[in-house]
Design a protein around this ligand. Structure first.
Ligand code: SF4
Length: 208
């Protein structure tokens, strides 16, 4: 979904491959192959600066800097458990906080992501439920948690679950787009049969 930040820049790290290709073509008059390059830089390599996209000309990078932005969360705190699980608290651009967790269960490494700030369901056993609902996370904020977690480990993240803050089905459109980005083989390409959404398979696997 096309969204702008406070400076009117499109938050392109929240666009699926198809949305990115359409925006680059319709609004930036760029050829389709640019979508492959930019999507790969953001979602496969984890780049958050357009200037690091060295296979794209300087003039295009400068255009992108004025019209688009890539979301990067700020780490607020971390908490490690004896079993190796690490919980991260991230600050959003509006200073709301969310939590993501990295859970090692060799050979798996699972990223547990948040989908909302707070939650409206109010389960009595849950701390998030007690804080009430504040807002949905945007697609770029959901996928950024995964990239922040990836930056902390040499081990490949094999699974993604949406069991952090919020009820994912209450933020359906953004979770759907985040799943599209996460499972895309031009990006980080996580879609194991053992993940929360077992129907997800990377497009490359579907073709083979
Ligand atoms: S985050 Fe999950 S457990 Fe907590 S209130 Fe929402 S639905 Fe219930």
């Amino acid at each position: 979904m096309l969204r702008n930040d406070n400076h009117g820049r499109v938050m392109i790290s929240g666009l699926t491959y198809e949305q990115l290709r359409s925006w680059l073509s319709d609004s930036m008059d760029m050829k389709p192959f640019r979508a492959n390059q930019i999507f790969s830089w953001i979602h496969q390599r984890g780049t958050t600066e357009f200037q690091q996209m060295t296979n794209i000309s300087r003039s295009i990078r400068e255009q992108l800097e004025t019209k688009a932005m890539i979301t990067a969360l700020r780490t607020d705190s971390t908490l490690s458990a004896e079993d190796g699980t690490i919980k991260y608290s991230y600050l959003l651009s509006d200073d709301n906080r969310i939590e993501s967790v990295l859970i090692p269960e060799p050979p798996r490494l699972t990223a547990c992501l948040s989908t909302q700030v707070g939650c409206r369901l109010g389960c009595t056993f849950c701390q998030t439920g007690k804080m009430g609902f504040k807002r949905n996370l945007t697609t770029d904020e959901i996928v950024s948690q995964l990239y922040q977690l990836r930056n902390t480990t040499e081990t490949r993240i094999s699974n993604v679950v949406f069991m952090g803050m919020g009820e994912p089905m209450d933020n359906f459109d953004d979770v759907r787009d985040a799943l599209s980005i996460i499972s895309d083989d031009r990006g980080i390409c996580i879609g194991s049969e053992k993940s929360l959404y077992p129907q997800l398979v990377c497009r490359g696997e579907l073709r083979s």
